[in-house]
Design a protein around this ligand. Structure first.
Ligand code: HAM
Length: 412
């Protein structure tokens, strides 16, 4: 039989690791809802063509990162590599591509066949929002506020980088210019890379290749190709951000790896993650809904990497609940009854009714290792007197005699 193993880049999650991941997810959901974003769930499997038509067939995702499969009828499907395309597909197929402003969020697994490393997995969770139907700069700024509040609530320090890439015409003109520009350096660029860049020359701007970095330094910036209207819009976004005290730097090389962006794009970075320093990325995609066959509706959004953030979030795994230990069968049954009452009184209280047979000291150690703040060990004596010793663990260790009634009141 083949050896049992997990698939590379798709680790099982348990213990403190999953506790932090869950904390990040809950924080995202809380903040998203506080801005009145509503949940939207789309399937993990989509038609492969959806991503070719949205993310772009020259993007890294389509070129080398898709998990593809065929169903029994020979349909080409794939595991979703990101959430925006699926959500836009869902808007169109459910007739939700009307002019109403809509705000949706999603939290779920995405799949990319990338080389696993710190902050990078092949199955990872994204939490994202999409603000559909508003073309104003206030929509751009609202999603940046959401991003900032999530990161603040997780106490993550980050830098916001923004750029503006104009509309399709501007991007096409810039692409044409870059192709001509790169051609002058053809002899200095490795052949395969050169032809890849000719297909999608904008990626030269955020290339990690040292030679390309040198070459692209002297190219004209995309802002040279802006119309007057686009110049004003970018200036307006910046002054609105200034007035809301959202600090940022403009990175003219920030182009993002997905084809659907137009206008404002952005990334939040954190420098504790090594090479994978982008914790959150997004931008405007005013043409995507129409490009996929829906109505012409503007949109903007972002997604953050939950697993990536969890690697740098410091959480307090202390457990403020109660560990109810017991020393014999009768006490155990009583502990289960008491535990049930405590939980019914206060559904958020974490109560462990100990099921094993360890001695008193071992049970105290267990309670401590789980991080419980309070412990009660029940034996014959306690059953007889109806008075329990409520011990608090940790630095402020103390002991208090307490009856069942008092205990229920205290933890309700
Ligand atoms: P993205 O920049 O490709 O954008 O991904 C967003 C975030 O997902 C990244 O900043 C990163 O934190 C996380 N991420 C990406 N790949 C991995 C990986 N292999 N392992 C762990 N985390 C990863 C999008 O996906 C767009 N759909 C965002 C968007 C929404 N734009 C508009 N609306």
């Amino acid at each position: 039989m083949k050896e049992l193993k997990t698939i590379r880049g798709m680790p099982d999650l348990y213990g403190p690791e999953v506790q932090v991941i869950s904390f990040v997810e809950k924080t995202c959901e809380k903040v998203f809802r506080s801005f009145n974003f509503k949940e939207f769930r789309t399937p993990i499997l989509e038609n492969k063509s959806l991503f070719e038509r949205s993310v772009g067939d020259t993007s890294d995702i389509i070129q080398k990162e898709m998990y593809e499969l065929q169903d029994r009828k020979g349909e080409s499907l794939c595991l979703r590599p990101e959430g925006t395309a699926g959500l836009v597909r869902a808007l169109i197929t459910n007739g939700l591509d009307d002019l109403e402003i809509k705000k949706y969020f999603y939290i779920g697994p995405m799949f990319r066949y990338e080389r696993p490393q710190k902050g990078r997995k092949r199955q990872f969770v994204q939490a994202g929002i999409e603000l559909i139907g508003d073309e104003s700069i206030n929509a751009d700024v609202e999603i940046l506020q959401v991003a900032k509040l999530v990161l603040d609530q997780l106490s993550i320090s980050s830098e916001l980088e923004i750029n503006f890439i104009g509309d399709i015409e501007c991007i096409e003109n810039f692409r044409g210019y870059l192709r001509d520009y790169l051609q002058k350096y053809k002899d200095q660029i490795e052949e395969k890379l050169y032809f890849r860049l000719l297909r999608n020359p904008i990626r030269a701007l955020d290339s990690k290749d040292q030679k390309i970095i040198e070459i692209i330094k002297d190219a004209r910036p995309i802002s040279d190709f802006f119309s007057e209207k686009q110049k004003t819009r970018f200036a307006d976004v910046k002054s609105l951000l200034d007035s809301l005290d959202i600090s940022y730097t403009v990175n003219p090389n920030l182009v993002r790896g997905l084809d659907y962006y137009t206008g404002l794009v952005f990334e939040f970075t954190n420098n504790n993650l090594g090479a994978q320093n982008a914790i959150l990325g997004g931008g405007r995609y005013d043409n995507l809904i129409a490009d996929l066959g829906g109505n012409k509706i503007p949109a903007t959004g972002f997604a953050l990497g939950v697993d990536r953030l969890a690697e740098i979030v410091a959480t307090n795994t202390d457990n403020s609940g109660i560990f109810l230990g017991s020393l014999d069968a009768k006490s155990k049954a009583y502990a289960q009854k008491l535990g049930f009452k405590l939980r019914s009184n206060n559904p958020t209280l974490n109560v462990e009714t100990y099921l094993g047979n360890a001695n008193l000291n071992k049970q105290l150690k267990k309670a401590d290792s789980f991080g419980f703040k309070f412990v009660i060990i029940i034996g014959q004596e306690e059953l007889k007197s109806g008075v329990f010793k409520l011990k608090s663990l940790g630095s402020a260790a103390e002991e208090l005699d307490i009856t069942e009634k008092e205990l229920l009141e205290r933890f309700s």
